[in-house]
Design a protein around this ligand. Structure first.
Ligand SMILES: [Zn+2]
Length: 206
C-alpha cells in the first residue's frame, strides 16, 4: 500500500511525501513549520520570512562538489549580531544528508557527527582544546544565533525565534566540527571548509 500523503495541521495543504524521512517541513502554503513526531504531525511555530538573496544554492537544484552531488531540500537562516547565514540541508542519491553552511563567500559542508564525550557549554571557550572521539580540536568561534526563517524540509525540528549556542572547532587536516546547544542538548556535525569555486550548480547562469 502506498503512502497516503499528509496534510498541514494548520491549513490542510498536502505536505511533500519526503516528510516520511525528514522530521520537519515548512508548509509551502501557510506560515507553519510542521514537525513529524511519533507518526503525528504538529505545528512548531511559524516558518518566518526568508528574504530572497541571490545564491549559488537553490532548493531543488542539484549542486556538485568534486565527485559528490547533493540536492538542497531545506534552507534555514540564522542571525548572529552583525549578520546572518544560511544552513542548507542537502541529500545525496542515497538519501544521506549534509549541512552546507553559506556565510557570504564562506562555505562549509558537514555531516551529522556522533560525539562520544560529555560536554558542558562552559568548557567550550575560544582557544580551548577539546578531545572529541579521541582527537583534539580547538575552539575557534563561540557565539549565539537565532533562527529567523525556514524553507523546505529538515532532519530535525528547528524553531523560528529560538536561540542556538554554537561553536566552531578546528581539528587535524583542516577538519571542522560544529557544536550546537539548545534545550540542554548538543548536536554535532563534522566536515570541511570548501572552495566556493569548486561548487557547480545545475543550470547556473542559464
Ligand atoms: Zn500549511
Amino acid at each position: 500500500m502506498g503512502f497516503d500523503g499528509m496534510n498541514c495541521p494548520n491549513c490542510g495543504a498536502d505536505l511533500p511525501e519526503t516528510l516520511t524521512r525528514a522530521k520537519m517541513v515548512a508548509c509551502r502554503y501557510c506560515e507553519s513549520a510542521v514537525v513529524l513526531e511519533d507518526d503525528a504531525l504538529r505545528t512548531a511555530g511559524e516558518k518566518g520570512v526568508m528574504a530572497e538573496e541571490p545564491s549559488l544554492f537553490v532548493l531543488g537544484r542539484e549542486i556538485r562538489y568534486r565527485r559528490e552531488s547533493w540536492l538542497p531540500v531545506g534552507q534555514a537562516r540564522f542571525s548572529y549580531g552583525t549578520g546572518w547565514w544560511d544552513e542548507f540541508w542537502a541529500v545525496d542519491g542515497g538519501g544521506e544528508g549534509v549541512w552546507i553552511s553559506v556565510d557570504e563567500g564562506e562555505i562549509a559542508v558537514e555531516r551529522p557527527y556522533e560525539i562520544d564525550v560529555t560536554l558542558s557549554p562552559w568548557q567550550l571557550k575560544r582557544g580551548e582544546n577539546v578531545s572529541l572521539n579521541g582527537e583534539t580540536f580547538t575552539v575557534t568561534e563561540a557565539d549565539t544565533a537565532t533562527c529567523m526563517a525556514l524553507r523546505g524540509e529538515f532532519p530535525e525540528a528547528l524553531h523560528v525565534g529560538q536561540a542556538y549556542r554554537y561553536w566552531h572547532l578546528s581539528g587535524p587536516m583542516g577538519r571542522l566540527v560544529t557544536l550546537e546547544f539548545s534545550e540542554g542538548e548538543f548536536a554535532a556535525s563534522e566536515g570541511v571548509w570548501v572552495d566556493p569555486y569548486l561548487i557547480r550548480s545545475e543550470n547556473a547562469g542559464a
